[in-house]
Design a protein around this ligand. Sequence first.
Ligand code: CA
Length: 533
Amino acid sequence: MPSTSYLSRAASPLKTPQSEPIPGSSQVENRAGGFAWEISSMDRLRRFLILGSEGGTYYATERNLTRQNIDGVKLALDENGVAAVQEIINISTDGRAPKNDPALYALAIACAHSDENVRKAALYAIPRVARTGTHLFHFAEFVQTQRGWGRALKSGIASWYEQDEDKLAYQVVKYRQRDGWTHRDLLRLAHPEAISPTHASIFNWLCNRDNDSVLPITIKAFKYAQASDSFHETANLIKKYGNKLPREALNTEHLNSGEVWEALLYEGMPLTAMIRNLATMTRIEVLKPMSKGTSYVIEKLSDQEYIHKSKVHPLSILGALATYSSGHSARGISSWTPLREIIDSLNKAFYISFKNIKPTNKRTLLALDVSGSMTFGDIGGMPGIDPRIGSAAMALVTASTEPNYHIVGFSHELIPLSISPNERLDDVISNISGLPFGRTDCAQPMIYALNNKLEIDTFCIYTDNETYFGNIHPMQALYEYRRISGINSKLVIIGMTADKFSIADPNDSGSLDVIGFDTATPQVIADFSADRF
Ligand code: CA
């Protein structure tokens, strides 16, 4: 308890209970009844784009959190419209977010903005943010809740169908319908111009107006695959047409066949599809000890260049690792015996999926908020990855690159943690998941460093910013640490939920607020820590 700590004994003028705002500051009340700062509208937009709002937090229902996120998006568009649209495009196209849905939703809101320049920028961005057929269907569903189907929106949708003919053919056989939308619906609505005879034949085919025009090879392959009546024939079609025939284009009855999955695997199954289907491939014994399939998957999961090029998000790998190593699906419908070598490879792939980070050699305290609220909801809607587990994985990414680090947990008190990047992440997950719940005091890491006379250059705190319990604010504890230690320590707050609060004082140049599970975050932490900004 803080009552035995140095800070509570010291008479300090800079000591305000967290249930009250620091006098003279612009702090506002957070969800837990403590006081923190409100982040900027652009930062709120970024948190929403990266963390989503699925699952909510302990103190806020998902619906409330979603409504607040939408308010945040609208505020960013009002204050900084065109730049906000550009941020939506950047985060989406750079693969910094685990899911594209928040970007599609934010773009749909931007398409209905009152400022014509913002609207134009957003409509023009449709094909860049809605890159797959499924993205386009989601976007159509979102946008019609925001505005009517005017001419500008129709031409924005139409521009999606003016992409390269081979890519278009692949998209329309892989993603044929979603959310009650089909390509035929969108074609009828948007009337895109057929920019080539092949485009005209694709449109005709999608609208069931099959004529004599020549269809691209991808659509022919799709038709053969749908008509195939044996596993063997389907596998041969995959071998013949290679990656033009994705799993989604096959006769679904043939997806129980090892022969079919092997063909898919070796003919260039995308990495995201591979990691999502490890359990299926294990169940049907494409993946088993010493098999060719197992070696193939291990090779791909160790290939740094391939992983970076595929833009697979680290959170997708962590989610796959958590599910695969558990041996059963989320709803318990199917089960499998996980292979140790596949789990090892996923573990390595997680670290590889972040860009190479230059170490800072700074003395770094990685402090994980393990309070009760951190176990509520899944980050980015990833099953099994709550903010507490996500924090541990993110902290280990920094730990794996920094020679000089120490990891602790905290709730209303300090909690020793013995996790390290030398452990496999599934063991870390079970270690973290078993910790007791507690209340929240984000000043604990600084108090701990003071009481133990630890020399810390950078405090990294992974939290939902719902601090309320302590008798001193985290920033005041940091100022006190700096004063007593003589070290001009920095503070990085890694926000693990998409709300609008931060315990970092926006006026302190030695403090920074960043977003957990942004793929750019470990590098940003390192650059800030080493004064590379
Ligand atoms: Ca908490």
